[in-house]
Design a protein around this ligand. Structure first.
Ligand code: SF4
Ligand code: SF4
Length: 697
């Protein structure tokens, strides 16, 4: 179902705790893979002057679209949430599938698929769920790992951003009190202790601007100026990789990395801001921000616009947006180019091909936040980010450091050169800086938190320390850009193999049960359905002058220990689970689909699936509604009597004695296959209880 439907807040709270208790997971993310910090380690960074427990975050994209996605990102160790871009046009028709992760990563999706107001509500709900989880004490959250920031993103032109709709969104993020109160009341009675939490009401006062590919530079400048003056926001501008220029982009992408068939159209360069233009508006906006006392920085990069040369997206899409691995090389080259002009004057947010190997490198460059999208869409999903910390921890262990600044200073061995560059080199230092320079060197050699050491040695220490840190970031950038540009892991050779397919077609039941489709879904739409293996007899009846008679007996055999299903309200048919499923056909298309309400079941008549009433009564089991091959069926029970109706029949029977009690009307023979499937679905959902989206109320 291409339309996303937000889930009731109370149901999400219940589901979160029930699932943690019974399944040791939250929203299908296994507890053993959570990354909730590490004792004795401080990954904290500053973002627009505020503390975040880590520079890592999900990029504005599929991982920040819905409330549960924010919780999943948080469980993976993300602490700066770049919320999905909202814009005035909030009833978009996006082609499906919209994400192609077969190789490096292409997409044709862009802003929020929810309405603008729904987006605000989802962001508030996500932040409240995280706060509740934190306060619950159910997770062994490390000290220094509790601070989380939300960064809004709006697009795409000044007129839209000035519209009432987007204005209300920004104001709602600046003061979410009303929305918070609305959801506070929805916290279920069972969890009433969380109703008194001091939920964050100023959800965000920072914004990353997303502009259209081809947005005129004057427009970009006007938008940021407006956001500064009208809303008092700290801003980041997301810049395009085309800034590198036609020759450099093609040299890196088509030449060095070898993506010969990926063509960036000339117009992409002609329409986007040039380097000179970007340099101009960064300088001017930097001054304005300073005058207004606001934060300002840039983000590298937006995706890269390329011609649609593959046959994945429809032909109507003439262009698509490249993300993932090759973008990393372009992004790092942009960081270098930018820092050659501006030094460490402006903070840089970074999002381009981040993965477990290079996250630690981008931390060493002092980039904040470092956001990810493509890698978290691969097998393992959100839990992949725990491997980022594993690599960072290993490097920090080797260097004997426990905080990010000390890590930056020691990561590539550039700290001594940086001291030299800022005039604290051996032999050229004098006066009050002598003990500071000596202390820095001593701590470099012996370990410890370098800022603390520097700060304890001289009155100018903090300023000097900042200079030392900045200089090291610049040197680290040079070190890394040289290494990364020619590193074969970013080239086509190592990024052209699609995920393995085994050549079999998925069916409603049973598959390889590899579970890949569950974590690769950014919305947690796919899930395991507890239908035990077994055989069920399927009867077929016909009615004639003497009544009903059995005309066929077959067997439905389920072999796997559980089944895979899809929750339609969370599935936007992005197609990502189909990419990683070893079988063909797409789990979101062929596996049992559950709707979250009768309304959504009845609205999407071109989708087969099930709706199971929330709860029955003592005498009535929950009704089951189903659509098979576009035809509707219904099962209801009162006491021992079952009513089963379909497109051309309406029959009743006693639950304990179908063969001898069946009655009613039918225009042709009636198979009980669909009835048995509907019963299985009801039993499986009832067994999961409030640990399932389908049944949580
Ligand atoms: S279930 Fe599959 S198609 Fe649907 S949103 Fe998730 S990954 Fe995309
Ligand atoms: S539907 Fe595909 S990805 Fe999901 S468990 Fe079955 S075989 Fe694996």
């Amino acid at each position: 179902m291409a339309e996303l439907i937000p889930h009731p807040f109370g149901a999400l709270v219940t589901r979160m705790f029930t699932e943690l208790e019974t399944e040791k997971s939250i929203f299908d993310y296994p507890q053993k893979k959570f990354f909730i910090g590490q004792s004795g380690r401080d990954y904290s960074v500053k973002f627009h002057g505020k503390n975040s427990s880590s520079p890592l975050g999900p990029a504005s994209g599929p991982q920040t679209q819905m409330a549960q996605n924010l919780v999943l990102s948080w469980l993976g160790g993300s602490r700066i949430m770049e919320l999905k871009t909202v814009q005035i046009l909030d009833e978009l028709e996006i082609p499906r599938p919209c994400i192609d992760m077969q190789t490096v990563g292409y997409n044709v999706e862009w802003s929020q698929e929810l309405r603008v107001e729904q987006s605000l509500h989802e962001y508030v709900k996500g932040a409240m769920l995280i706060e509740i989880l934190r306060a619950s004490g159910k997770l062994d959250l490390a000290e220094n790992f509790g601070d989380v920031l939300y960064d809004m993103s709006v697009g795409y032109d000044l007129k839209g951003i000035q519209s009432d709709k987007v204005r209300r969104f920004i104001e709602g993020m600046l003061d979410a009190s009303e929305v918070v109160e609305h959801y506070r009341k929805q916290i279920p009675e069972q969890y009433r202790q969380f109703r008194n939490l001091d939920f964050q009401t100023k959800l965000s006062d920072t914004l990353t601007l997303s502009t259209f590919h081809g947005c005129p530079p004057e427009e970009i400048e006007k938008i940021i100026d407006y956001l500064f003056r009208e809303h008092g926001l700290n801003c980041i501008i997301k810049l395009n990789p085309t800034l590198l220029g036609k020759d450099q982009v093609r040299h890196l992408l088509n030449g060095i990395m070898g993506y010969a068939d990926v063509h960036v159209p000339d117009e992409a360069f002609e329409n986007d801001a040039t380097w000179e233009q970007a340099q101009g508006f960064v300088e001017r906006l930097g001054l304005t921000a300073k005058t207004l006392g606001l934060g300002f920085g840039v983000k590298f990069n937006n995706t890269l616009i390329v011609e649609n040369h593959r046959n994945f997206f429809p032909d109507t899409e003439k262009v698509m947006y490249l993300s993932g691995t090759p973008l990393h090389v372009l992004g790092i080259n942009l960081v270098k180019q930018f820092r050659e002009i501006f030094g460490d004057q402006f903070p840089i947010s970074f999002s381009a091909g981040i993965d477990k190997t290079n996250f630690a490198d981008t931390v060493a460059l002092g980039l904040t936040p470092i956001t990810v999208c493509s890698d978290l869409l691969k097998v393992g999903g959100y839990s992949r980010s725990s491997a980022y910390y594993k690599e960072l921890n290993s490097r920090m262990d080797n260097l004997g450091v426990s905080d990010i600044e000390s890590y930056i200073l020691k990561a590539y061995g550039n700290a001594e050169q940086a001291l030299e560059n800022i005039g604290l080199g051996v032999g050229n230092v004098s006066g009050p800086d002598v003990p500071l320079a000596d202390a820095c060197r001593k701590t470099l050699a012996n370990g410890g938190e370098l800022r603390k050491v520097a700060g304890s040695e001289a009155p100018v220490a903090n300023e000097t320390f900042e200079k030392w840190l900045s200089e090291t970031k610049l040197l680290n950038t040079k070190t890394y850009v040289d290494e990364v540009t020619t590193n074969a892991r970013y080239g086509i050779e190592q990024n052209s193999k699609p995920p393995r397919k085994v050549g079999t077609m998925l069916e409603l039941f049973d598959c390889l049960t590899c579970d890949k489709c569950i974590p690769v879904c950014p919305n947690d739409a796919n899930f395991a359905l507890k239908i035990p293996p077994g055989e069920t007899e399927i009867l077929e009846f016909e009615t004639n002058n003497s009544g009903w008679a059995v005309t066929g007996r077959k067997t439905l055999k389920l072999e796997k220990k559980y089944q895979i299903a899809n929750f339609a309200d969370f599935c936007n048919e992005c197609g990502n689970c189909d990419i990683f499923c070893p079988e063909d056909g797409g789990p979101f298309v062929l596996k049992p689909r559950f709707f979250g309400s009768l309304e959504s079941f009845q609205s999407f008549t071109n989708h087969d699936g099930f709706y199971i009433e929330d709860e029955g009564t003592e005498r009535c089991a929950p009704k089951v509604f189903a659509r098979f091959d576009g035809k509707e069926y219904r099962v209801s029970e009162t006491g021992n009597t079952v009513n089963y109706s379909g497109p051309d029949f309406d029959i009743q029977f006693s639950k304990n004695d179908l063969e001898n009690t069946i009655s009613g009307e039918a225009k042709s023979s009636v198979s009980f296959l669909n009835y048995e499937i509907m019963q299985m679905m009801r039993s499986a959902i009832s067994a999961t209880g409030s640990g399932s989206y389908v049944s949580a109320t």
